[in-house]
Design a binder for this molecule. Structure first.
Ligand SMILES: Cc1cc2nc3c(=O)[nH]c(=O)nc-3n(C[C@H](O)[C@H](O)[C@H](O)COP(=O)(O)O)c2cc1C
Length: 591
């Protein structure tokens, strides 16, 4: 077994962007080239990247050789020099493109230049996308679920490598295919089952270390397509036993395979329940539309409402019409003025399928100055649709605040669809039991959090009373935060935040301020006296009695809240003579 490990000195490395490459054999005739992006910053691709990421590609050698995916273009020279050490690029027969998102397909053009004879194997939609992406002729073959590519038998290991393709649309791109190697029982899934986690561990050795990032990645990227996840799981259930899931991001899954598969099954089944759903439409090849739509969809699913992301460019007309027609809410992006014929027809199908009972909303996909958001809004208004939230405008390159605003708008929409159901389920609770539960009381606090810097800084706050000390050494506490709270996005493992303890003799002003109904992305601190630099994690309220600066260590999921366990690292009291404001309730069915 040959293993070449090339730590950071093999790569271009700057203080702000540490990049490195790793090349290791993972099974018979199968090698991974992992591009390690240690510092890929938050909001660069998703809305919560904490531990960098990796882009994994794989070389499979039977009698013929296939490469599964390439890498991000930022790894160009180092990636090719590692590839050259493994194989002469001209000797690669096939490039399997699991989907065409640039972080995996960024080097395809350069590879074709080195090997114009290479045959690209991908879904039909992916090949069409690639034609627009790489602007040079290439050999290709479109494959569907169940089709196979026989790489033949490796002359040394005598292993026959036969690849079977499984269509997995929307995971998370519309053009995704999985590939299963019958010779090694490795399933190549690219984005699905992945996680943004950069470490030198090639495999998922330490499941506890990566569990929070695995969940966060699922929630942001896969959860909004839970139905598609279930369909893909059904398809892979018919494969012979899978030994390894070779993901495109993060450690390769082998040691705890059933845990990860069961997680996907359980989370996706839960998200597919309920009769109401919202559709968030996007254009996968246009501007920031893909990421912005994800932020909205993630927000919708935070409110435990079903959501489906639909790519207008690649969804077939009949399917589009059925999904839109039955949706309870539809969120529509703006589109470029120079529409091609296919997109024109998709927009036509979309408009025709809308009905007046649905909630509707529009967001700017940001692709230049050619986006007529007001035109789209008035077109929809003329159809008599009810507006779920005000049009989301994007004036310049999206930053953390933009994604926060989009996520909050999505949550408002999810809450709108579930309002009646939630009221009914609270009414159905046992009255006596609720009165007894209501005798539990707590203090009154304002949780504040701030992340990012300069113009990209974003902040949030909420009134809380479900806070309790949970450990002495180190000092720790729990905060129960509803799953659909805006501030929940700031309370992931590793995040810092502040608890402001309110004073018994002066809490009403702050209480009123933070219980206002804020529109998506609004500054919750306008007009509030703040001490910005006293503690890390968020602003301290000038009128608070005391503050605690905390770091999130663990998150425990309950049906409707996350219980956040955090370590307290700093704290101070403004006036030791004053008592904490206490909150007494009558019933346990509200705070
Ligand atoms: C007295 C009181 C205590 C509250 N305690 C909590 C709490 O501990 N956890 C929580 O998630 N929400 C709690 N809430 C609800 C939120 O403070 C409030 O609904 C929220 O700020 C609305 O923000 P959102 O837009 O993020 O949903 C409480 C509300 C009140 C009135």
């Amino acid at each position: 077994m040959t293993t070449i490990n090339t730590p950071s000195n093999c790569s271009s490395s700057t203080k702000t962007q540490r990049l490195s490459l790793q090349c290791e054999q993972i099974d018979r005739d199968t090698t991974t080239i992992r591009s390690l992006d240690w510092d890929r910053s938050r909001f660069d691709i998703e809305f919560g990247l904490r531990n960098g990421t990796t882009y994994n590609s794989f070389l499979i050698r039977g009698a013929k050789t296939a490469l599964v995916d390439t890498s991000h273009s930022k790894f160009h020279s180092d990636w090719f020099s590692i590839l050259h050490k493994e194989i002469e690029p001209k000797a690669i027969d096939y490039l399997i493109v699991s989907h065409t998102e640039p972080d995996h397909s960024g080097l395809i053009g350069a590879l074709i230049e080195l090997n114009p004879e290479i045959e690209i194997i991908a879904s039909k939609v992916a090949i069409k996308f690639l034609e627009n992406q790489i602007h040079r002729p290439f050999r290709s073959k479109a494959v569907k679920s169940g089709e196979e590519l026989d790489l033949g038998t490796n002359p040394v290991s005598q292993t026959a490598h036969r690849l079977e393709f499984i269509s997995a649309p929307n995971l998370h791109w519309p053009d995704t295919i999985f590939s299963f190697d019958h010779g090694t029982s490795i399933l190549y899934t690219c984005d699905a089952f992945g996680l943004h986690y950069c470490s030198n561990d090639v495999f998922d050795r330490d499941s506890r270390a990566i569990a929070a990032d695995f969940r966060f990645y699922y929630d942001c990227l896969m959860g909004p397509n839970a139905r598609s996840v279930l369909q893909a799981l059904k398809r892979i259930d018919s494969l012979p036993s899978i030994k390894t899931i070779a993901v495109g991001h993060g450690p390769i899954l082998r040691e705890h395979l059933s845990l990860w598969l069961n997680n996907y099954r359980e989370w996706s089944s839960k998200r597919s329940q309920g009769d109401k759903y919202a559709v968030v439409c996007y254009l996968s090849q246009y501007g920031y539309c893909d990421q912005l739509s994800q932020a909205i969809a993630h927000g919708v699913s935070k409110a435990e409402t079903q959501v489906q992301l639909i790519d207008l460019q690649s969804t077939d007309a009949q399917e589009l019409s059925a999904i839109i027609g039955e949706a309870n809410a539809v969120v529509v992006p703006t589109w470029p003025s120079n529409l091609n014929i296919e997109l024109q027809s998709s927009i036509g199908t979309l408009m025709a399928a809308l009905n007046q009972k649905q909630w509707i909303a529009v967001y700017d996909a940001y692709g230049g100055n050619d986006e007529p958001i007001d035109v789209v809004v008035s077109q929809l208004q003329s159809l008599g649709q009810k507006e779920a939230f005000a049009p989301l405008r994007v004036k310049c390159e999206p930053d953390g605040n933009t994604y926060q605003q989009f996520e909050e708008a999505g949550t408002d929409l999810g809450q709108l669809l579930n309002r009646k159901k939630n009221i009914a389920s609270i009414k159905s609770l046992d009255g006596d039991l609720m009165k007894a539960l209501g005798r539990l009381s707590g203090g009154l606090y304002v949780v504040t959090a701030s992340q990012g810097e300069g113009n990209g800084r974003r902040r949030s706050a909420m009134i809380a009373s479900w806070i309790s000390q949970a450990s002495f050494q180190p000092p720790g506490l729990t905060v129960a935060v509803a799953k659909d709270r805006a501030i929940e996005a700031f309370l992931q493992v590793g995040d810092k935040f502040i608890i402001n303890i309110l004073r018994e003799d002066n809490y009403k002003g702050l209480f009123r301020q933070f219980l206002k109904r804020f529109p998506p992305g609004a500054d919750r601190f306008a007009g509030v006296g703040l001490l910005e630099d006293v503690a890390t994690g968020g602003p301290v309220l000038i009128d608070a009695l005391a503050f605690l600066s905390c770091t999130v260590k663990q998150r425990l999921e309950t049906p409707d809240h996350w219980v956040i366990y955090a370590i307290v690292e700093q704290g101070n009291v403004a006036d030791t003579e004053v008592k904490t404001a206490i909150h007494h309730r009558k019933v346990g069915s509200n705070y």
